[in-house]
Design a protein around this ligand. Structure first.
Ligand SMILES: Cc1cc2nc3c(=O)[nH]c(=O)nc-3n(C[C@H](O)[C@H](O)[C@H](O)COP(=O)(O)O)c2cc1C
Length: 345
């Protein structure tokens, strides 16, 4: 087995309840790193400072072509922050969070302060259990509808975190959004820089990957995996990718757009937490999610998507939701690889 799948086997029974706060915070990072991130770039670093856990953007892992302003990078980091919150609540700790606590250091995205004792609700337990059951599921979903009550709960969860969530359920509207996804695929794949960046994150040896994507995730057949990066760098597979993505989008029972009213780092930090709330809450109802963020990554299509859903504001993530067989986990770097040493005064 790839050792970098071991982080998914984290066991809540190992929580060091009687130990120092710093040991407890280190344990919580084990849940943070299970968060989704664009291209599985895992662009986060953590530092423990007595009762505080500091979350830093690791901009060396930025995706300069698809994400030139570090928008998705910030969403990914704040999804990791949300996991820390869920885990802290599960282990019965109160906490407080300061977003962007140091104006002089924009890489310091959040400071999480672990308090002494708090209440654990049944909802906290459900979300916590979903942490290790959430993966991106890129399979085609069954056409079975997602109940209205589940969608309403997802919407409320996103709103509570300061974002909005709009659903695209009617067939005609889903077709229109799927067309945008296909158009975005064609535009992105025609760009050599996009292909080069994607190839950089493709891992030809799944058994050794610690981050990044498998060629399989992009629909490249397994037996071609070893050649994945070269294939992706060299050939414009935009037509094939567009057809495949359009097909899965059209046949998903629901498409969902998570967005914010404004476009700034604080909004992105809220959107990432709202996103992870939606993804975890969906899993508590056995609903899977997969991302189709391409039209949001192409500025002119992002405006068209906002117009299509009739919502003023800024779409941040396009998801499809539905039911499918289980998805495999993707690799993660170990906690020790993302933990930076405590600064000595
Ligand atoms: C902001 C953001 C954007 C993403 N965009 C896409 C996307 O457009 N297409 C896709 O297949 N996956 C996308 N993903 C999913 C990541 O590839 C996935 O989270 C990562 O590979 C780790 O896998 P996991 O989610 O199964 O843990 C996105 C994730 C995030 C957080």
């Amino acid at each position: 087995m790839n050792p970098h799948l071991r982080p998914w086997q984290i066991d809540a029974d190992d929580f060091p309840a009687d130990s120092y706060a710093s040991d407890q915070l280190e344990f919580l990072i084990g849940y943070a790193i299970l968060a989704p991130s664009s291209h599985n770039s895992q662009p986060w670093l953590f530092r423990i400072n007595s009762m505080n856990l500091e979350l830093f953007a690791d901009r060396r892992r930025a995706l300069r072509v698809v994400d030139p302003y570090d928008r998705e990078l910030t969403l990914s980091c704040s999804a990791a922050l949300y996991n820390v919150r869920v885990a802290a609540e599960y282990f019965g700790h109160a906490y407080s969070v300061e977003l962007l606590p140091d104006p002089a250091n924009p890489n310091l995205l959040a400071r999480f302060h672990l308090g002494l004792s708090g209440d654990t609700s049944s909802e906290d337990i459900l979300l916590f259990r979903a942490l290790t059951r959430r993966h991106t599921n890129r399979q085609a979903f069954r056409e079975e509808p997602v109940p209205e009550a589940v969608l309403e709960a997802l919407r409320e969860g996103a709103e509570r975190e300061g974002a909005w969530l709009e659903f695209v359920v009617q067939e005609e509207a889903r077709n229109a959004v799927a067309d945008l996804v296909a158009q975005a695929d064609r535009l992105q794949w025609a760009d050599r820089n996009f292909r080069q960046e994607l190839a950089h994150w493709i891992r030809p040896k799944p058994a050794e990957a610690r981050d990044g994507l498998l060629a399989h995730d992009l629909g490249v057949q397994d037996w071609l995996s070893f050649a994945g990066p070269a294939l992706i760098r060299t050939f414009d597979r935009g037509g094939g990718q567009a057809a495949r993505d359009r097909d899965v989008a059209v046949h998903s029972p629901v498409l969902a757009v998570l967005g914010t009213d404004t476009e700034d780092t604080l909004a992105w930090l809220k959107a990432g937490q709202a996103l992870e709330n939606v993804l975890l809450r969906a899993r508590t109802e056995e609903v899977w999610a997969s991302f189709l963020n391409q039209p949001i990554e192409v500025p002119e299509l992002r405006d068209q998507l906002a117009a299509l859903i009739g919502r003023a504001g800024c779409p941040q993530v396009l998801l499809r939701l539905g039911y499918a067989a289980d998805a495999s986990p993707s690799p993660r770097r170990f906690v020790r690889e993302v933990l930076i040493p405590h600064k000595t005064p």
